[in-house]
Design a protein around this ligand. Structure first.
Ligand SMILES: [Cu+2]
Length: 167
């Protein structure tokens, strides 16, 4: 499945281009966020009825990623094939270039990954923390860590997100 420019999200981004451009310059963000290039393509494996997986995919699309989704009965074999230990498991698994993505990883950290190009297997947000992208639950945001998973299976904290009560 390839994103085409007729879906509502793309149209919205197109009409917001001038404002977005000004905003991107003002905040010093890379302009690459406005146009998907091959390195911005994410392949996702998820189960067919996973609502929060779809929400995460929307989060990626609205942050300029092109997303190809694959529905599978079980995501565990995909993790295994990609070399990611099951203990990092969440509800969906993705691939961004050579990097494995597991769970509700924020688009912001994926952009950072593309910039930093660390020698690593990828990023994981184990479990399904409330308040992570695609797991929005009103005012609640649990504390969660985005883990950088190295090829030997060890991890570093790539980014910590604090607990927040937005009320
Ligand atoms: Cu989920």
């Amino acid at each position: 499945m390839v994103t085409i420019n007729t879906d509502p999200v793309s149209r919205r981004s197109a009409s917001g281009l001038i404002f977005g451009l000004a905003g991107a310059v003002a905040f010093g963000q890379p302009l690459g966020v406005l146009a998907a290039s091959p390195k911005d393509r994410v392949t996702v494996w998820k189960t067919p009825n996973c609502g929060c997986c779809n929400e995460w995919v929307s989060h990626l699309r609205s942050n300029g990623f092109e997303v190809v989704t694959n529905d599978v009965k079980d995501t565990a074999p995909v993790r295994q094939k990609l070399g990611l230990a099951e203990k990092f498991g969440s509800c969906h698994t993705g691939l961004l270039g050579t990097y494995v993505l597991e769970g509700h990883v924020p688009a912001k950290e994926m952009r950072r990954l593309l910039r930093d190009k660390p020698n690593a297997l990828g990023l994981a947000v184990p479990g399904m923390p409330a308040g992570s992208p695609g797991m929005e639950m009103g005012n609640i945001q649990d504390a969660f860590d985005v883990l950088l998973v190295l090829r030997d299976g060890s991890t570093r904290i790539y980014q910590s997100y604090p607990q927040k009560s937005l009320s």
